[in-house]
Design a protein around this ligand. Structure first.
Ligand SMILES: O=C(O)CCC(=O)C(=O)O
Ligand SMILES: [Fe+2]
Length: 349
């Protein structure tokens, strides 16, 4: 192990099984082209497919999503260029306790350090969040994107196109969810008007101890839903609902992986569950991925949708402020805590 910082070492029960390569045959691959058609029948079939995938896996892959392949390649190439910069260059755009966007290489998940580097930027300008996690503090602040001076193309066209197209896909997918849940198709749109969505560039360097550390430790995504591009290396593992086994999500060219986040779990009053996932690292290969975290406005009070709650199916959660949840998480990711990070189960009825 030599010089590896013990902060990276996972507890025995959370380490990946050496050599494990079970791939998820069952993770559904869904064709999104009906989203562009006006056929109600096709949309109904699609919504049912998405509903099944969300109930059974919490994860699915999509093709024919409408994001141009060149836009995806562009984002991949700027990401590779950025992470290849010397550390002192990357640190010039470091995230800090005031501004949570930019570069960062010391994230902890469940209080163990992740074997990764990240770069975060928001999709909407301006993106506004609470200035602090203190419940009584009503001050707000803008998240300011930081761009490295030596990669001018990083803020340009390719990113914008992916941003716009993915934002549209996010809205369409929540539309499909609404449909499946028996709600009006645009029932959820209002929550995303002042969205706090952000895109993360993930870089997982080769790791000398791949059986002891993880690229990202086990976690659930806190937002509404995540749209993820992974490269051909693979490493994302999903906890299968039926037996708790960790299943590798097979890299599929030009597909995006979608997963339900905590907010959809709450909105749907647990019809859909946010599923645990983690990332394995690799002895020889580096890996890149790009999650798009689709998040509502900071002032959203998250609670089960009233149309889905009744005497037989009472609300399972108390309302919580998304903005405060978000800033509490952001703050606590900076350091190893002695206590559990904020979780939606803290708001269970
Ligand atoms: O890199 C991946 O495949 C997934 C990363 C992830 O789960 C996250 O950043 O929340
Ligand atoms: Fe995640």
């Amino acid at each position: 192990m030599g010089e590896v910082d013990p902060a990276f070492i996972q507890a025995l029960e959370h380490r990946p099984k050496p050599g494990q390569t079970i791939e998820a045959k069952g993770i559904p691959l869904i064709d999104l082209s009906p989203l562009e058609s006006n056929s109600r029948a096709a949309l109904e079939i699609l919504a049912a497919e998405i509903g099944d995938a969300c109930e059974n896996w919490g994860f699915f892959q999509v093709i024919n999503h409408g994001v141009p392949f060149e836009a995806r390649q562009k984002i991949d190439s700027v990401s590779r260029k950025f992470f290849a910069l010397p550390k002192e260059e990357k640190r010039k755009v470091s995230r800090d306790e005031v501004n949570p966007t930019g570069y960062y290489d010391t994230e902890h998940t469940k209080n163990v350090r992740d074997w990764k580097e990240v770069f975060d930027f928001t999709v909407q300008v301006p993106t506004v969040i609470p200035a602090s996690h203190e419940p009584g503090d009503e001050e707000i602040k803008e998240m300011i994107n930081q761009w490295p001076g030596n990669i001018p193309e990083m803020r340009l066209v390719g990113l914008r196109r992916v941003r716009r197209r993915n934002a549209k896909t996010g809205i369409q997918l929540t539309g499909a969810h609404s449909f499946e849940l028996g709600l009006e198709k645009d029932r959820l749109n209002g929550f995303f008007k002042d969205q706090t969505t952000f895109i993360r560039l993930n870089y997982y360097p080769p790791c000398p101890i791949p059986d002891l550390a993880l690229g990202v430790g086990r976690h659930k995504d806190a937002g509404a839903l995540t749209i993820l591009a992974q490269d051909e290396v693979g490493g994302l593992q999903v906890k299968r609902k039926t037996d708790g086994e960790w299943i590798l999500v097979k890299p599929t060219p030009d597909a995006y992986i979608i997963n339900v986040g905590d907010i959809i779990q709450v909105w749907s009053n647990e019809k859909y569950e946010s599923v645990e996932h983690r990332v394995k690292v690799n002895l020889e290969k580096e890996r890149f991925s790009v999650p798009f975290f689709f998040n509502p406005a900071f002032y959203t009070m998250v609670e089960p949708l009233e149309e889905l709650v009744n005497k037989q199916n009472p609300s399972k959660y108390k309302p919580y402020s998304w903005g405060k949840f978000f800033t509490t998480r952001k703050l606590s990711n900076y350091k190893k805590l002695d206590v559990e990070n904020i979780q939606i189960h803290h708001f269970k009825n």
